[in-house]
Each structure stands twice: as C-alpha cells, then as structure tokens.
Design a protein around this ligand. Structure first.
Ligand code: 5RP
Length: 224
C-alpha cells in the first residue's frame, strides 16, 4: 500500500513547477509527497517553491525534509494544494479528517486554484460516508452536541488519543459520526453546520479539482 501512496505522490509532484506556492496536506500519503518535494528542492530540480502547511504534524515533516515554510496569508492564493483523503466518490467529493487536520486542510485547500487529491485505490467509495465522518466542534459545545448528534441518529464518538481527548491544532475536539446509509450526507452536514459549536466537518464537496489514484493497474486521474 505504501508503494501506491508513493506512486500517487510522485504523479502529483510532476505537476509542480518552480516558483509555485503550495499547500501541503496531512497524513501518510501527503507525507510521501512532502518528502519527494523536499528531495526535488534539495537537488535543485524545483526552485523558489513557497509552501504552507495544513497541520503542525506536516510542518514537522516539511522541516525535516528541509522545506522552508510560510504562514498561509504570506503565500495565499496558492497555485496548488496536494493532500490525501479518507473517502473519494465518483463526483470527486471527499471525506477527510481521520488524521484530525480537517479544519486547516479545508482552509488551505479553499485557497488553492488546484487541489490534487493523492490516494491509493482503497479510498474510492460508492457511497460517501461508508466510514466515519469527522466533525470538529468547540470544547464548550462538546457534550450538548454529542447528545444532539445521537438524537439525529449519528452515533457520535469523541476522538481520543493516548487516553485523552484529541485536541486539534485549532484547539477544538472531534466527534466522529456515522451517516446512516438512508440519509444524504450533504443534508446531514447542513443540519450539523446549523448548530452553534460545529466548526467544520470532514465533508469536502467541491474543494478537489483532481485526484490521482494509484492502483495495481497503475495511475488513474479523476477530474471534476
Ligand atoms: C488528515 C486527512 C488525511 O488526508 C486523510 O486521513 C488520509 O490520510 P492517509 O493518507 O494517511 O490515509 O484528512 O486530516
């Protein structure tokens, strides 16, 4: 599987040109892209690249790869963002955030002219929401929103890490919900977003412009 992640990352790297401003995603696949990018910058194939990150975690991977990083406002709008996804449907809608970076990811990716999703073929789904949908909420609203989501039939579970609540880079917590197969995910997201305290969800309906999917049979591009 990791060979496929590298293959997808390499195909996205082929789209990068010297002088570009880039948004770097979060997760194992995005990290492969960051490492390859660092290599191309170090050996001088790519020059004058300015990057911003979608998480503290990626910031660390990028600095280990020798990539200088900038604040989003200093480089936006971006020429290109490259990031992984948890689920991708045929309309290029995504679920993201199982790595916990959904809010910064959406902010950065909405600042990009192109957003290329990199993934192995296991991420392709027939029905978006087959797995968990991460929802970032303010700590103050955590308990009441947990109750409300349960009433909505969404089976919320508080994301934990090392025995404590997972706190996001923006200081919030994550409730992982399940969207019942009988419900339309876009409608459920609208209902959740109408509730104060819901900061963002991992549903990315329009952000991705392309996806590069690596499988046993090679690389396949999906375009909007
Ligand atoms: C992090 C994300 C990741 O892009 C997503 O979870 C995919 O990660 P991986 O490439 O490790 O499977 O949305 O918030």
């Amino acid at each position: 599987m990791s060979d496929l992640k590298v293959a997808a990352a390499r195909a996205a790297l082929d789209q990068v040109r010297s002088g570009m401003r880039l948004g770097l995603g979060t997760g194992t696949t995005a990290s492969e892209f960051v490492k390859l990018l660092g290599e191309s910058m170090r050996n001088g194939v790519l020059k004058d690249i300015r990057c911003t990150s979608t998480s503290e975690q990626t910031e660390k991977v990028a600095s280990e790869a020798g990539i200088p990083m900038f604040a989003l406002a200093d480089v936006a709008p971006l020429d290109l963002a490259v990031d992984g996804a948890d689920e991708i449907d045929a309309k290029l809608r995504l679920i993201k955030g199982r790595g916990g970076a959904l809010l910064r990811e959406k902010i950065v990716e909405q600042q990009a002219r192109r957003f290329i999703v990199i993934a192995d073929e296991s991420k392709i789904v027939e029905r978006l929401g087959a797995g968990l949908l991460p929802v970032e909420v303010t700590p103050f609203a955590r308990e009441v929103l947990t109750k409300r989501f349960a009433e909505m039939g969404l089976d919320p579970v508080l994301r934990m890490r090392d025995g404590s609540m997972r706190i996001t880079d923006e200081g919030n917590v994550i409730l992982d919900v399940r969207v019942p197969a009988s419900k339309d995910i876009a409608q459920v997201v609208d209902e959740m977003r109408a509730l104060a305290g819901v900061v963002e969800t991992g549903f990315f309906p329009t952000e991705a412009t392309e996806a590069v999917i690596a499988g046993a049979g090679g690389i396949r591009w999906m375009r909007r």
